[in-house]
Design a protein around this ligand. Structure first.
Ligand code: Q46
Ligand code: ZN
Length: 306
């Protein structure tokens, strides 16, 4: 099989584009796809200071690498979640990558700052680990971006991630979430930072190929809490559909953005945002969900220990 661009030996075939690439043409293709997404969705400009959320996995490190190569001003942000052996290994990969590249990196340890790891939050509140984790990540990413004067927060969600989220939201008719599925979200309050997902034109297989071909040493291990998650089942089902009909995943997600999402606009809860009485971050309630979770965890833990 030959590269359809330069006729060198191909290393990857992408059936949904009905094409194949050699190493160099594939790397260029990935970077162009990201640039195209950034431009079409008005995600970033070269003047933006971009905080890149990096877990240490293939997607987030691909994102950081590509944004840097495209000339954006980036700083990595890693959160230490305190999940068994998974978290220290993830941190090690992120720090090694940042050091090797000479990229600036901010690390926040949830336990050091708030006295609770993700498993401890799950133990001391009614939330399951992924719910406590997701809330903590969203909160800390926004807080760090605001505090550090970053204009945009970029995350490494790929096409498989957003298509499976869409799948789940449609199954359960989560109409408000469907309306909020935009690839780039403007800040709607002075205490919120703009967010964007520049990898949505790339599949998981493509970000994996990019990290391998660039020789990026990423954290391969999955979080133990991801096991059995419905999002993995949705990804599997979408991959089966994609196998039978190449391109269906992309047309499902981008077709929804173009033709479906606006139908749910009226379902967005327009509740006024205000500042949390405890921490000052944007919220629709007196005290934000993160501060309420932390307060509850502290009260339950002290009851347990007394
Ligand atoms: S890290 Fe956190 Fe994921 Fe682990 S606890 Fe769940 S949400 S699965 S992206
Ligand atoms: Zn708060």
């Amino acid at each position: 099989m030959k590269c359809r661009i330069c006729t060198e030996k191909a290393v990857i075939e992408t059936r949904r584009h009905n094409t194949a690439f050699c190493k160099e043409c594939f790397l260029t293709h990935v970077e162009r796809q990201v640039q195209k997404t950034i431009e079409s969705e008005k995600m970033l400009s070269k003047e933006d200071r971009v905080l890149v959320a990096v877990s240490g996995g293939k997607d987030s490190l691909t994102l950081w690498e590509v944004l840097h190569r495209l000339g954006y001003q980036t700083t990595g942000f890693h959160i230490v979640l305190g999940i068994g052996d998974y978290s220290p290994a993830a941190r090690e990969k992120v720090e090694a990558y940042a050091e090797k590249q000479g990229f600036p990196l901010i690390v926040t340890d949830l336990n050091e700052e708030y006295d609770f790891t993700v498993p401890e939050l799950a133990l001391n509140t009614p939330r399951v680990p992924c719910s406590a984790c997701g809330l903590s990540k969203r909160y800390l990413m926004n807080r760090t971006a605001l505090g550090g004067g970053f204009s945009v927060l970029a995350t490494g969600h790929n096409l498989d991630d957003v298509a499976s989220t869409l799948f789940g939201n449609l199954f359960h008719w989560h109409t408000e979430q469907l309306a909020r599925m935009e690839p780039s979200r403007q800040a709607t309050h002075p205490k919120l930072v703009k967010t964007c997902k520049p990898l949505i034109r790339l599949t998981e297989r493509e970000t994996l190929a990019y990290t391998l071909l660039r020789g990026i040493d990423y954290h391969e291990e999955e979080c133990p809490n991801a096991e059995g998650a419905t999002s993995l089942l949705y990804k599997d089902l979408l991959n089966q559909l994609e196998h039978a009909s190449p391109g269906v995943k992309q047309s499902f997600y981008f077709g929804f953005l173009k033709k479906g999402r606006s139908a749910f606009a009226a379902d967005v809860n327009g509740a006024d945002l205000r500042e949390c009485e405890v921490c000052g971050q944007a919220t629709t309630t007196e005290v934000c969900a993160f501060c309420r979770m932390m307060d509850q965890a502290h009260r339950t833990a002290s009851r347990r220990n007394s």
